[in-house]
Design a protein around this ligand. Structure first.
Ligand code: MSP
Length: 652
């Protein structure tokens, strides 16, 4: 890594036909992490993201909403940019393919390829998938009609087209893959690409005449009915963003250190893109790194199922840094990952709360109790050289893991020094040492732990910038290149300081609260609500967070009849109800309504039930739903159907 002074990192540019989901956030957060590390280690870094705005799919989405393509693209592009801004993504440029200088750069590239004899005009006939913006040979179609990628129906397109001589680059591409074993990461993906290219490459149709939402051909070709194929237009963003074809002032960042992408768009990046670059006479990227696919609770996400994970909602509820950590820690890069609340909560409570947060709390406690908060590292090596050596040997291995995209391993390894620190406290028992009058040894132990925390916070900063800044504040140092050099490269410890008593960084999260963020039960149970979560609930109550109709219909609301009711023993607030929802068995629902309704009041009445909540346990009883109720300063009342309705009738 250190031999490359400039580091250029890119994400795919996202289509503007939908708002951002967890997959987009994942790629962008990985790229942000690498960019932050790269900057912290003193490298001149350029991080690019943006939106892909042309093509038939977007033209059609805009039309369906009665908007011009440009107005529609403006609107959706802004939602991406706003999300990344709210997520503190440190991009250096946000490119839009509708930017004038991008379009000029693409035209310049087209001309250059044309002049180099790599573009010719012919007629194209083939099956085209509008949704994937890709032609497929008949042999690849499912049942001779459907797209092998997305399953949608393809259309037959026959039109005059310009072609790029992709076939000419077959051998050169194979040579590149063979001479650069790390050009495609993870390495297993490289073999897939090699096999595909060895199977033979056909020339690529790179213009369209059937619609016009795209970059026009250069004027000198005098062929105004053609627009460029959206993938040619899109891939070129990686160089036009640096000024290719216009103001080339940032072209010194080229070639990219890494193009981060999802596995579904590997072919475009690993075959078309290097071939275009070869034709343009530009150097090839160092790495193309393809990550896997996210599912939710084991299922593929889709708009029709309504189970798409919205990154903003997750970050609002659980904390942005926690979400970043989860995404990067949970799956090996390149593998598929599953998002579930449980997995996320486990990571927060265990890795972050127990291993990291508690260590800081312990240090605050010990230094406060024994030394009024003072921490002096002078004698650490005298007593704890073995621990120091162990910690340094772990830290030495980290950097390459990050740049090889083994980010889950990076985090796994980064937790080893924390384990050393936690174990040292148990092993040396400072509370005993102090009784024996060994103050210097205890102070050195505190110095060791503070040093480990400072080093870990520095290396974790690219993943969890906000949290690590707080840790650094508590330890009175700043995370910057100079201190990275001191703590990580020169293996130094912290100067003497007085620790800041900060509140716990990872208050424990209970699954119940998150599964049912706004239930009556939650409010009457009076469990501590996380700060971010409270904010989120308040926001929603003020009506700021708008949801779409799809989100509303994710909730299954039903009319139910209370067929049995009793009090939950030893609880001042809870009733235990059996509610008939027209299913085989009544549902058991634990409701926090006893202050306002007795079991007798509820028996035989009709209620409105949220029927698709994850079951939760309350005082040992499983609750399989939630009742709708309204509460103001005068108390709580149930929401019920105005006239009797059959049990199980849907509401909506
Ligand atoms: N516009 C093209 C990229 C052009 S780059 C020159 C595009 N856009 S996209 O918005 O459809 O997808 C962007 C990225 O999101 C891709 O890397 C894709 O792999 C990723 N993901 C889409 N769904 C995903 C998951 N469910 N999980 C993880 N990533 C996913 O393709």
């Amino acid at each position: 890594m250190s031999c490359h002074k400039n580091v250029y990192i890119t994400t795919p540019i996202y289509y503007v036909n939908d708002i951002a989901h967890i997959g987009h956030a994942y790629t962008t957060i990985i790229a942000d992490t690498i960019a932050r590390y790269s900057r912290m280690s003193g490298l001149d870094t350029f991080f690019l993201t943006g939106t892909d705005e042309h093509g038939q799919k977007i033209e059609e989405s805009a039309k369906a909403r009665g908007k011009s393509s440009q107005a529609y693209a403006d609107e959706i592009s802004a939602t991406f940019r706003n999300l990344w801004d709210d997520f503190h993504i440190t991009y250096d440029k946000f490119i839009r393919t509708t930017d004038e200088d991008h379009k000029k750069g693409v035209q310049k590239a087209f001309n250059t390829m044309y002049e180099n004899g790599d573009i010719y005009k012919d007629v194209y006939k083939g099956h085209y998938c509008i949704s994937c913006e890709t032609f497929f040979p008949k042999s690849q179609l499912v049942d001779d009609e459907f797209c092998p990628e997305c399953g949608k129906s393809t259309v037959i397109v026959e039109e005059e087209s310009y072609f790029f001589k992709l076939s000419k680059y077959q051998d050169k591409l194979l040579e590149w893959y063979n001479n650069n074993p790390e050009c495609i990461l993870p390495k297993s993906k490289r073999n897939e690409v090699i096999r595909f290219v060895e199977g033979g490459l056909e020339d690529l149709s790179i213009t369209r005449t059937s619609f016009d939402w795209g970059v026009k051909l250069p004027e000198n070709l005098n062929d105004p009915k053609h627009v460029m194929y959206v993938w040619l237009d899109a891939l070129m963003n990686y160089v036009t963003a640096l000024g290719y074809g216009t103001d080339e002032k940032n072209m010194h960042y080229w070639p990219a250190r890494v193009h981060l992408i999802g596995k579904d768009i590997l072919r475009f990046h690993a075959i078309y893109w290097p071939a275009f670059l070869m034709s343009l006479g530009l150097p090839l990227p160092k790495h193309i790194a393809a990550h896997g696919w996210w599912t939710r609770d084991g299922e593929k996400m889709s708009k029709s199922k309504g189970n798409v994970v919205n990154p903003r909602e997750v970050a609002d509820a659980y904390g942005l840094d926690n979400f970043r950590y989860f995404l990067l820690r949970e799956v090996p890069f390149g593998g598929d990952g599953d998002f579930s609340q449980k997995a996320l909560i486990d990571r927060i409570n265990s890795d972050l709360g127990n291993d990291l947060g508690n260590l800081l709390n312990r240090l605050i406690g010990m230094s406060d109790k024994y030394f009024e908060g003072k921490i002096d590292s002078t004698h650490v090596a005298k007593y704890y050289q073995t621990e120091l050596n162990e910690v340094e040997s772990y830290l030495d291995r980290l950097e390459p893991l990050l740049f090889e995209m083994q980010i889950h391993r990076y985090l796994e390894e980064l937790w080893r020094p924390l384990a050393v620190a936690n174990k040292s406290i148990d092993k040396y028992q400072p509370w005993t040492l102090i009784k024996e009058g060994k103050e210097e040894e205890v102070m050195a132990l505190n110095g060791l732990i503070a040093g480990i925390l400072a080093k870990v916070a520095t290396m974790l900063y690219p993943v969890m910038p906000e949290i690590c800044t707080k840790i650094a504040e508590a330890l009175h140092f700043e995370i910057n290149t100079e201190n990275w050099q001191k703590l990580i490269k020169d293996k130094k410890l912290l100067e003497t300081f007085t620790i800041e008593k900060i509140p716990p960084l990872f208050p424990r999260i209970e699954e119940l609260l998150l599964a049912q963020p706004q239930t009556v039960v939650q409010k009457t149970e009076e469990k501590p609500v996380k700060k971010e979560e409270k904010k989120n609930v308040e926001k929603k109550e003020e009506g700021i967070a708008l949801i779409g109709i799809d989100q509303f219909f994710q909730t299954s609301l039903k009319v139910g009849t209370v067929v049995a009711a009793e009090e939950v023993p030893k609880s001042a607030k809870l009733l235990l109800l059996q509610v008939d929802l027209g299913e085989e068995h009544p549902r058991q629902i634990v409701a926090g309504i006893k202050e306002w309704y007795s079991a007798q009041d509820m028996l035989g009445t009709q209620v409105c039930v949220v029927a698709n909540l994850k079951p939760a346990k309350l005082m040992g009883y499983t609750s399989e739903g939630m009742l709708l109720a309204a509460k103001d300063e005068n108390g709580l009342c149930m929401i019920r159907p105005e006239k009797p309705k059959k049990s199980g009738t849907s509401i909506g």
